[in-house]
Ligand binder design. Structure first.
Ligand code: PEP
Ligand code: MG
Length: 430
């Protein structure tokens, strides 16, 4: 960074405030002031968080918002970051991130909080995009992806919610539809539209079968089903009813979030009466993949530190020649060190990318680029607690990565991401 007036941005002001996320919990929003104007960003929050994620700093004062307030982040911004940043000029948004990381000075952002750093980092990238007279996606593309060409994004839409995102008794957290249209050129509008139509057919079918169509945290339905097969069968039927081909037009994806039901080296996928070893669980997945050939992606099938289980499943899938994204979320936490470990151990072949797991925009993108360099798949992801900030629509567009996991097409905290894609892509068929 530069002391004094040379080309770049002089950040005049940082203002933090507490806003509410989609679950009604406080989260952090930042306004960053420059001579060119104000730039705003807000951070999401997970429920099934990996223990290796950057720290989400909260007040822990039980008398306020049940301990979930973020006044402590606001104080860090007001008392530490704002006075110090005013003396500096930055020539790139990455420099702002580096400065933030130095100010925190810890491995996992435990001093100032990953949420504090991320809100400032996101707003700073918006400011630099504006200085360059570019929309955010274009600035990120040119700055971090060597102008890598764009791909039409395909949504992973979580249409049935379970696990920690609903209270319906299904252990698997997410049942997603993926309208990828493998053999056809489709616009982002067509892909999102397919997801929406399937979602509404699913609602009709669940209702006709006497199930609740109340929704979970990510806008997917949360019916009281007894087994994951039932959930998938309803979804496959909805795809057909909507007039799409199962498999070639629309695939299935699961987020098992297995850390949530792992205790004492056993997996309780089917409740307390049926503990499964990692090996038994892997055998179960292999059978599931045979029974449901349309499953194209499984996220977090094993617990966050069960490296041996991951390696075993990865080897089993590979030996059968089965095409599958084996996605590390809690396993990798968007962290380059854990990603490198996974690459070395052949633990999986895809990374879920969540900005608040690592705590700055540039570090997120460094991890993403590391995965792309290793020829891995990457999925840009929301969190279960979201805000109205559509940042991830810009990130997926900038990166040239095809996959965006942004929830069901329901509730504005999810649909704002799809609506931003509509704005970015306009009538272009890219
Ligand atoms: C996920 O596990 O992929 C997810 C989006 O949920 P959460 O934000 O609760 O971690
Ligand atoms: Mg996950």
């Amino acid at each position: 960074m530069n002391q004094g007036g040379f080309m770049g941005i002089h950040i005049l002001h940082l203002v933090g405030r507490e806003i509410l996320d989609s679950r009604g919990n406080p989260t952090l929003e930042v306004d960053l002031g420059t001579a060119k104007g104000w730039f705003r960003a807000s951070v999401p929050s997970g429920a099934s968080t990996g223990s290796h994620e950057a720290l989400e700093l909260r007040d822990r004062e039980s008398s306020r918002y049940l301990g979930k307030g973020v006044q402590i982040c606001i104080r860090h911004i007001q008392n530490r970051l704002d006075p110090a940043i005013q003396k500096l000029t930055f020539s790139s948004a990455r420099e702002v991130d580096q400065w933030l990381i130095e100010q925190d000075g810890s491995e996992n952002k435990t001093n100032l909080g990953g949420n504090t750093l991320l809100a400032v980092s996101m707003a700073a990238h918006r400011a630099f995009a504006s200085l360059a007279n570019q929309p955010l996606f274009e600035y990120l593309n040119k700055t971090y992806f060597g102008s890598r060409s764009m791909t039409t994004p395909t949504p992973f839409m979580n249409v049935i919610n379970g696990g920690k995102h609903a209270d319906n008794g299904i252990q698997i957290q997410e049942f997603m539809i993926v309208p990828h249209f493998r053999n056809q050129q489709k616009s982002v509008h067509d892909k999102v539209r397919a997801g929406v139509e399937i979602y509404h057919h699913l609602k009709k079918q669940l209702s006709q079968a006497g199930h609740s169509t109340n929704v979970g945290d990510e806008g997917g339905f949360a019916p009281g089903l007894h087994h994951e097969h039932e959930a998938m069968d309803f979804i496959l039927e909805a795809i057909r009813k909507a007039g799409y081909q199962v498999g070639s037009d629309v695939g299935l994806a699961l987020d098992i979030a297995a850390t949530e039901f792992y205790r004492n080296e056993k997996y309780f996928l089917h409740g307390p009466a049926e503990p499964l070893s990692a090996q038994a669980l892997c055998e179960y997945y292999v059978k599931l993949l045979d029974d449901y050939p349309e499953i194209m992606s499984i996220e977090d099938p094993l617990a966050e530190d069960d490296w041996e289980g991951w390696r075993e499943l990865s080897a089993a899938v590979k030996s059968r020649g089965r095409q599958l994204f084996l996605v590390g979320d809690d396993l990798l936490v968007t962290n380059p060190k854990r990603l490198n470990q996974a690459i070395e151990r052949s633990a999986c072949n895809a990374v879920l990318v969540k900005m608040n797991q690592i705590g700055t925009v540039s570090e997120t993108i460094d991890t993403l680029n590391l995965a792309l360099k290793a020829d891995w798949q990457a999925i840009i992801s929301h969190r279960s607690g979201e805000t109205e900030d559509p940042y991830i629509a810009h990130l997926v567009t900038a990166s040239g990565v095809e996959w965006l996991k942004a929830g069901a097409p329901c509730r504005s905290d999810r649909n704002c991401k799809y609506n931003e894609l509509f704005r970015i892509y306009g009538n272009k068929n890219i």
